[in-house]
Design a binder for this molecule. Structure first.
Ligand SMILES: NC(=O)c1ccc[n+]([C@@H]2O[C@H](COP(=O)([O-])OP(=O)(O)OC[C@H]3O[C@@H](n4cnc5c(N)ncnc54)[C@H](OP(=O)(O)O)[C@@H]3O)[C@@H](O)[C@H]2O)c1
Length: 250
């Protein structure tokens, strides 16, 4: 995906790492960076998915298989990474959703272990390897600040990440720290929901979303690309929801 011809090669000669880049939003972000001249490393746990994504993304893309829940694997990755200009962190899990009264707190802890702790560990471990005035973009979720029943756990873990963005932007400056907070995006993450049920869910959400559809990975990739490219934006959590999170005045 080329964001615009006027920004072509804005990342020429730059190294971008997309943690969780073998699918969905991460893959689309990697594609956007490659289209603008970057050398990109994408990570994921599954080698076949990784190989397929590297082939789809093309350009100067390298795949690195690793489990971002494993601190040892994170250490090993950054020990050989060289200097990174821009880091995007999208690793995730699926645990932690459900009605609060029945929510298994062990399941919520699994959700934190799959997303909150890996994202925090990755950023902390990456620091000595990031260009001083480079950027970090976290992929969080609009559930952090929405009020959908059944999402209190997801709100907690994504809200915890989003809360870290402003203080880190000040503490780690001139490194820039931002997040993109997506609404519902049609990615392979949703493959766990049966196709018919998923389509019904997407149709229902599209009907109540101002832009009239659910998101595409490219929508979020454009936001990630912009935050990395714009050297005057830091400390921002950028909603990318098609307006689904706007207050309705009810
Ligand atoms: N899709 C949505 O509706 C939506 C909404 C709000 C927020 N988000 C957030 O957006 C981000 C990207 O989600 P997505 O929808 O693009 O999901 P996705 O299509 O499932 O992609 C997730 C990527 O992360 C990798 N990954 C997951 N756990 C990992 C781990 N422990 N170590 C290394 N890589 C790991 C996956 O590869 P492997 O599985 O092979 O490891 C894959 O490349 C996530 O943080 C998600 O929470 C998504």
């Amino acid at each position: 995906m080329s964001v615009s011809s006027s920004t072509a090669s804005v990342f020429a000669g730059q190294r971008v790492v997309v943690m969780g880049g073998s699918s969905g939003i991460g893959e689309a972000a990697a594609t956007a960076f490659v289209a603008d001249g970057a050398e990109v490393v994408v990570t994921g746990r599954n080698q076949d998915r990784l190989d397929a994504a590297v082939a789809r993304i093309g350009g100067k893309t390298v795949g690195h298989r690793m489990d971002a829940a494993d601190q040892g694997a994170i250490d090993t990755f950054f020990a050989q990474s060289g200097t990174i200009d821009h880091l995007v962190v999208g690793v995730t899990g699926a645990a932690g959703a459900g009605p609060f009264a029945q929510l298994d707190l062990k399941d919520l802890a699994v959700g934190f272990d799959a997303k909150f702790w890996p994202q925090v560990r990755i950023v902390q471990t990456a620091l000595p390897h990031l260009r001083q005035d480079g950027s970090v973009t976290l992929i969080t979720a609009s559930s952090a600040r929405a009020a959908f029943p059944g999402t209190a756990g997801l709100a907690a873990l994504n809200g915890a990440l989003e809360a870290m963005v402003p203080p880190l932007a000040v503490e780690l400056a001139p490194l820039r720290i931002n997040a993109v907070s997506p609404g519902v995006i049609d990615t392979p993450w949703w493959d766990r929901v049966p196709a018919e049920q998923r389509q019904a869910l997407f149709d229902g959400l599209a009907a109540t979303t101002p832009v009239g559809r659910v998101g595409r990975p490219e929508d979020v990739a454009r936001a990630v690309h912009m935050l990395a490219a714009n050297g005057f934006i830091t400390g921002v959590v950028l909603d990318c929801t098609g307006g689904a999170n706007l207050a309705t005045g009810r």
